[in-house]
Design a protein around this ligand. Structure first.
Ligand SMILES: [Zn+2]
Length: 212
């Protein structure tokens, strides 16, 4: 996509999980995750409306390998809602790892949407938890605000950005993912699967420089 993306009043920038634990030095570090921060800061200045998401787990969360005796991080287990990858403990409520990066500078963000706070359900998506039934409330918020297009950036491309993008589409929003403002974890082909899903669903990817 080489066309300019002209920002309108009905557009919202959704900035996904720019938290210490997802950046180098953090508990669930996304390689080069910190590199997106200046890109997202610049991008956010072009948007009147910005929403931030924050992964926000209680201690002993089901998605933590440490909650399952004998399990190791990055293994997949079956839980009530299907397959769940186990992660290192990360983004525990009230800890420094759960805080936004200090260099993330978006003072005009209008909403901070926290997710993953139910102990028994993980939530990659900003719209639905991983049981695919429990709403976070974000779709209703965006609709009430009159937004029709969601532009996304953040961490990680192949998990929380991916599922948020798919669900935004499912909820009837136009979706654009700013791919150079994302970084990936890449577990078992997850980046390739993300690209396949995006092309199947008509989710556009565009570089940050196209945002006018
Ligand atoms: Zn998490």
């Amino acid at each position: 996509m080489t066309d300019k993306l002209t920002i309108r009043d009905q557009d919202v920038l959704l900035v996904v999980d720019i938290q210490n634990d997802f950046c180098p030095g953090g508990a669930l570090s996304v390689p080069a995750g910190n590199e997106v921060v200046p890109i997202i800061n610049r991008l956010a200045r072009r948007f009147q409306h910005v929403v931030l998401t924050q992964d926000w787990h209680p201690r002993g969360h089901q998605s933590f390998a440490s909650s399952h005796p004998g399990a190791k991080p990055y293994e997949t287990i079956e839980v009530t809602y299907g397959a769940q990858i186990l992660w290192p403990d990360h983004c525990v409520q009230g800890t420094p790892g759960a805080e936004f990066r200090k260099d993330l500078q978006i003072p005009h963000a209008e909403l901070i949407l926290r997710k993953g706070y139910h102990r028994e359900i993980d939530s990659y998506s900003a719209f639905y938890e991983n049981d695919r039934i429990t709403h976070t409330g974000l779709a209703g918020y965006l609709r009430e605000r009159g937004f029709t297009r969601v532009v996304m950036a953040g961490l990680a491309f192949d998990f929380c950005v991916r599922y948020s993008a798919e669900d935004a589409k499912r909820e009837g929003f136009d979706v654009v993912v700013i791919e150079d403002a994302c970084r990936s974890i890449d577990v078992e082909g997850s980046v390739q699967q993300t690209r396949q899903r995006f092309s199947k669903l008509g989710i556009a990817c565009a570089p940050a420089e196209t945002v006018a």
